[in-house]
Design a protein around this ligand. Structure first.
Ligand SMILES: Nc1ncnc2c1ncn2[C@@H]1O[C@H](COP(=O)(O)OP(=O)(O)O)[C@@H](O)[C@H]1O
Ligand code: SF4
Ligand SMILES: [Mg+2]
Length: 326
């Protein structure tokens, strides 16, 4: 496995108390595979990614347990210098907000070129040529001219393409894209998703695609890990999850996605609010919102049950959920 996160725990110590942001997350991605990490805002998706990248806001954040195996090595045991080398060259990240992730006072050509100069020891001229080729590769029209422009001179969609180019520059083994299209309008979202899917195939890299939108993952992802209150509550191949979810929370997410074949129907919304991470509910953290909850759910934390080949669910009543699909 290319990346394997094992039983990761992260907490934030703040003046108001300790927020248990990540409470035993486990997930894995193979080379050439796309894993979609799905969950409501605050479920720990970004914090997990930041821990993998080694860019956790620390303090107040602190990793209190677990392992992050990348190409077989535990990243949490490496020296900062070694992690820095891996970051960028082997592991890259695409952020939601390209404008604040890019340097506003450097042209995009200089920013892209810098990667080749620093990591590959290229001359300025060669680096510039590589930057143009990369901009072409992510379908930025007129790349040879636009390489001299600054980030703010590009539209949101084009800026996100530049971020993707930056991430791709050194041909990393794994890219983590954290809500890469959330800030874009719908048509542009689809184009950027298509680009990511295309590049992932071409470069055979692993991709972790973080999103709160189940609608965008069906065509792109191989597997889905659904997160709730800092845990993975269900993980499965995409098609299995669409056919029959094995966790009531996943089912709630699925039922709240607008579907073309159900025009006019009222959308289902999961009742209640995401949990307070300073006081996570006992037993199954989802129990206050779960339509299937029973007494045992309030007292016993459900382990991640293997429900089929490559499928797991952290629900005491996964069988009921799986077979109760109308
Ligand atoms: N810099 C921070 N300082 C304090 N708490 C934080 C910080 N970053 C994240 N958290 C806590 O971690 C929780 C999970 O955050 P995050 O992983 O960003 O959620 P999401 O699933 O929306 O990406 C937040 O709700 C918050 O309680
Ligand atoms: S363990 Fe209980 S509360 Fe949690 S998801 Fe399953 S049925 Fe619902
Ligand atoms: Mg996030």
């Amino acid at each position: 496995m290319l990346l394997e996160v094992r039983d990761l725990h992260v907490e934030f110590r703040t003046r108001d108390g300790i927020a248990q942001a990540v409470n035993g997350v486990s997930y894995g991605v193979d080379a050439g595979e796309t894993l979609a990490v799905l969950g409501e805002s605050g479920s720990g998706k970004s914090v997990t990614a930041q821990a993998v990248m080694g860019i956790l806001d620390s303090p107040p954040g602190r990793i209190t347990g677990g392992q992050i195996l990348f190409q077989g090595r535990d990243l949490l045991r490496l020296k900062e210098e070694e992690r820095r080398r891996i970051r960028g060259a082997e592991l890259a990240m695409i952020f939601q907000d390209a404008l604040s992730a890019l340097n506003p006072v450097l042209t995009v050509g200089d920013q892209l070129g810098e990667m080749f100069i620093v990591h590959r020891g290229m001359s300025r001229k060669d680096a510039r040529a590589h930057a143009v080729a990369l901009m072409d590769r992510v379908h930025i029209p007129g790349a040879a001219h636009r390489v001299r422009d600054y980030p703010h001179q590009f539209s949101g969609g084009m800026r996100q393409r530049i971020m993707i180019a930056m991430a791709l520059a050194l041909e990393p083994a794994l890219i983590i894209a954290d809500e890469p299209t959330t800030a874009l309008d719908v048509t542009v979202q689809a184009q950027v998703m298509d680009l990511l899917a295309e590049l992932r195939r071409e470069y055979r890299m692993g991709l972790v695609l973080i999103t709160h939108d189940l609608g965008v993952v069906a065509d792109v992802a191989d597997r889905i890990a659904v997160m709730y209150a800092g845990r993975v509550v269900e993980s499965a191949p995409v098609h299995d999850i669409y056919k029959a979810p094995a966790h009531p929370y996943t089912r709630g997410l699925l039922d709240s996605v607008p579907r073309l074949d159900q025009k006019g129907g009222r959308l289902y919304a999961i009742k209640g609010l995401p949990p307070n991470l300073m006081a996570i509910p006992s037993g199954c953290a989802f129990h206050p919102r779960c339509p299937l909850a029973r007494d045992v759910c309030r007292t016993d934390v459900p382990p991640l049950h293997t429900v089929a080949k490559n499928r797991a669910s952290a629900c005491h009543f996964w069988k009921e959920c799986l077979h109760d699909r109308d």
